[in-house]
Design a protein around this ligand. Structure first.
Ligand SMILES: [Fe+2]
Ligand SMILES: [Fe+2]
Length: 273
């Protein structure tokens, strides 16, 4: 699907972050053990802070549209990211009891749970890519780098992997139905976003120079992204469990999902990864 079809799909797939019933989630959250709460706090904080980061940095890409269909789709994605941040904010406020007055105060409190790899990817690499694109929105190499980082690594590899395992866990355990509903909607939005990124890179990667750029950015960022999936207290390469799944299962899922998309784009995975 191209940007026009994805825009039309967005119109059909609307939802309200403020309209989901969270009442049963409050009891479920209160009944979790301290250990389970810790795991949730880490998993959810990466998404909450991540959604805030991508919402603002996305402005660079909106400025870099090449035609009106792409312009229309890109503005929908930016609204989606703001809606995702709003959903997490509401969840922290109403279910987890972080009753600060403003979103920024809650974000500051939640940031204590994110790891160094997360900070490097979202606060440094992504922000630098966005600045380069904002400096010259017609710079197609900067746009390819940004979309590889944002749509392939952050959304296609990290977000969709975390969402897959967490949603599976909530469904199996019959836990936190309000969160599962909102997070399911977010995952559906992310699939639309990743479809745009795949379409864009497929168009551009008939050019050998741009194809190499995609590979170079992946080669540089995938080891860092692998670190973002590692919970606090563990190192990359350690065996651990996340929401009942092993680190190996997570890595295999992420690798398979990325490989599938790269095949569509026509780019091989970098050899070192
Ligand atoms: Fe998002
Ligand atoms: Fe997204």
């Amino acid at each position: 699907m191209g940007p026009q079809q994805l825009y039309e799909l967005w119109e059909r797939q609307q939802w309200q972050s403020q309209g989901i019933d969270l009442e049963r989630d409050k009891d479920h959250w209160a009944a979790l053990s301290d250990e389970d709460k810790e795991e949730h706090l880490w998993g959810l904080s990466s998404f909450f802070v991540g959604e805030e980061r991508v919402t603002t940095q996305f402005s660079a890409l909106v400025m870099a549209y090449e035609d009106e269909q792409e312009e229309a789709f890109l503005t929908t994605q930016q609204v989606d990211e703001a809606r995702h941040m709003q959903f997490f904010d509401r969840y922290y406020r109403e279910v987890m009891g972080l009753d600060h007055e403003f979103i920024q105060d809650r974000l500051r409190a939640v940031r204590e749970h994110v790891t160094d790899s997360f900070v490097e990817l979202f606060d440094e690499r992504l922000v630098n890519m966005a600045r380069r694109l904002m400096d010259d929105p017609s710079d197609i190499e900067a746009k390819v780098d940004f979309i590889t980082t944002y749509h392939m690594v952050i959304e296609g590899t990290l977000a969709l992997t975390g969402q897959h395992f967490m949603l599976d866990y909530y469904e199996k355990e019959n836990l936190m139905p309000g969160f599962a509903e909102g997070f399911g909607n977010i995952a559906r939005d992310e699939h639309r976003h990743v479809a745009y990124g795949t379409w864009f890179l497929q168009q551009k990667c008939s050019d050998a120079g741009l194809r190499r750029r995609v590979q170079d950015v992946l080669g540089e960022l995938l080891p860092l992204a692998a670190g973002v999936l590692v919970p606090p207290g563990y190192q990359l390469g350690d065996e651990y469990e996340f929401f009942g799944y092993t680190s190996r299962q997570q890595a295999e899922f992420a690798y398979a999902a990325l490989s599938r998309r790269l095949k569509v784009i026509g780019v091989g995975l970098p050899v070192a990864v």
